[in-house]
Write a protein that binds this ligand. Sequence first.
Ligand code: ADP
Ligand code: ZN
Ligand code: ZN
Length: 803
Amino acid sequence: MKIASVIVDVAAKQTDRTFDYLIPEKWADVLQKGMRVIVPFGPRKVQGFVVGLKEHSEFKKLKPIVELLDPYPVLTEELLQLGHWLTEKTLCYAISAFQAMLPAAMKATYDKEVRLLYPEDMSLLHEDVQQYFKQEDAVLLSGVHQDHLSSFYRDIQKGYLEVIYIVKNRARKKTVKGIKPLYAAVQLQQLAEQMPKQAEKQKNVLAFFLKHPGEIALKELCEQLNVTQAPVKALVNKGVLGETNIEVYRQPYDEEAFGKTSAFPLTEEQEQAITPILQTIEEAKHDVFLMYGVTGSGKTEVYLQSIDQVLKEGKEAIVLVPEISLTPQMVKRFKGRFGSKVAVLHSGLSSGEKYDEWRKIQRKEVSVVVGARSAVFAPFQNLGIIIIDEEHETSYKQEETPRYHARDVAIYRGKHHECPVVLGSATPTLESFARAKKGVYKLLTLRKRMNDSALPAVDIVDMREELRGGNRSMFSTLLFEKMQDRLEKGEQIVLLLNKRGHSSFVMCRDCGYVHTCPHCEISLTYHRYNHLLKCHYCGYEQPAAVTCPECNSEHIRYFGTGTQKVEEELTKLLPEASVIRMDVDTTSRKGAHERLLDQFAEQKAQILLGTQMIAKGLDFPNVTLVGVLSADTMLHLPDFRSSEKTFQLLTQVSGRAGRHHLPGEVVIQTYTPEHYSIQLAGQHDFDAFYQQEMMARKMHQYPPFYYVALVTVSHEELTKVVAVTDKIAQFLRQKLSNNTVVLGPVASPIAKVKDRYRYQCMIKYKLEPELIPSLKFILDRYQREMQQQQLSITVDLQPYSMM
Ligand code: ADP
Ligand code: ZN
Ligand code: ZN
């Protein structure tokens, strides 16, 4: 083939199509679809993906491809198709879809290189510039000091310097220095014999290579022979040994730390659940299963044994788990069963480590991948199963372009590979459960916990009563008594502070003034540690006020409760208790999350206090009490899923108690004890919650009865935002059918972020063939303003965040 069709790395409407390039003769045989290339594009060079090969182009005067970045396709035929599907399903550009499927390290970054045009006449240049070219004739613009940039631009404009756009490939393989013999054994033997007596260490090195003729890492060689690098270097200098680079993988996990585990004999319930899965594996058939099983009912064991069958068939498996449950405990369960066949992909890895794990998949060195959302794009070519654990987790929806849901991608791939997709949860989404009830998904149910351990008893405490009774502390009498009891018994306690939504805002008790961010429409959060008020959206901060800026009153009160404040109160009330606090502040450093959990597991502290991040996946045998400090903070968010999310969180956190031999108890503190999501979570009654919530959804026309799409418009000028959103809403009302509801324009729940106003328009529809074309039309129509006037319009089909 002579011509390649390329999608270039310029995310814009005009460039969202293929461009044709000539394939240089030397690559005619090697270039394939799915490879990354570097191509000239205007004055620049950019990265691109080859999506097609052909003999002829309708365009004349094609430019040739500059460079080939991969020796083999990084996107398989299937992933290329999936990319196109994503552009349709999420209204994104093809380049964004392709990039989302690959590790970030493979995304190109660009730099400008500046070169001398008249190297013989340096005096033309500004003094600032001259110093850069004393030793080199090319300089990266990114490496030029701020103060010297204007001199560079002056000389570029005068034509003394030339600018070359370069593409940096960040996907570096890690190598270590290796050593290998340059002679055959016979000659090495002779050389060793000729060496003087003093050169004993060099002789040892040669003797080693007589026994092990291959290459070896320099470090390992020195360790094995217990010598310094000097004798090796000496032999290299003599030309006896040669230096090499050995490619190694960065090892984020210590493989030996995972003890081997073997399959449990399944319980009857597990047996019933796994049988239809195994059958689809055997028949190589696609089906979607919803495995609905209470926490601790043995879902993971069913996953493990299904995967085992897939591996026996010589196929591969993808397991998705939410980012926050991707704990070492979780990894251990998979590595313990399948050893080095498992690759792990999560955000805690460096971009180099992620790239290495990805390459193991690509080179077929592993056959199971356990990872967060984007692992659904793992480049396996012979998939036998895709599992999504905790399928209700909102983190499976990507909240930036491409706005895809991992479940949809999994089902797409499952169809392509003719393999089952298993969704597991103790609290499935209403969407999935409704599909299972209709028979679209196959429902598998695990009702019993392992060892028949009972679900913990739940007490719901009305905090309004507590206040009336004179208890102004953040702990109800009941919770406090139970905490004292556990501390005495030497058992452990988990306390959840549900902070999403409200955080500790600051209010004047006299006039009601609340400190808000001047750039974003949200209240500032008080940070006790450095006495600052911070905006959690834009990072704005100011010192905490002592008096009210409105009325000068000194009655400033810190509302809502941060984990720090709870910790302080704990140390006051229960000075003997040791507390581990887990929140964004204490877990921001790499590895901190795991370290804190390890400490708690080793019982170095009796109380684990934290935000949502402690609610999931943790399994500590000695935890017998879980306290939820305020259950309602999420209930009042402007989001039609707020009841569902509250129910899920309460159910999850309750599942942390009494997972083993000791029975567990849960205390839920709330200001709205009558709300059904709190009541029914307390009774562990998902089915009743499902019934009730479905009625509410039906009445208000929300999913799963209707689909929802959200258009959000933002701009610095309020009038502009309102005008554009209004036009969009009018246009949609006119284009879409009468059964479709177009709501808005209204200000978004967070009406201003980083000095930009935000308005939205919500569309509720059932069957609406005109929706996608209409939304595309809108994006086209505003294309220029989006580029030139910083107008932003985002379309989210199936939004999970309504803010
Ligand atoms: P889930 O994923 O539903 O929360 P798990 O798979 O983690 O449940 O199972 C809970 C506990 O029971 C785990 O410690 C697991 O090792 C154990 N377990 C699972 N299946 C069996 C079985 N068939 N026999 C004995 N123990 C089991
Ligand atoms: Zn005031
Ligand atoms: Zn802000």
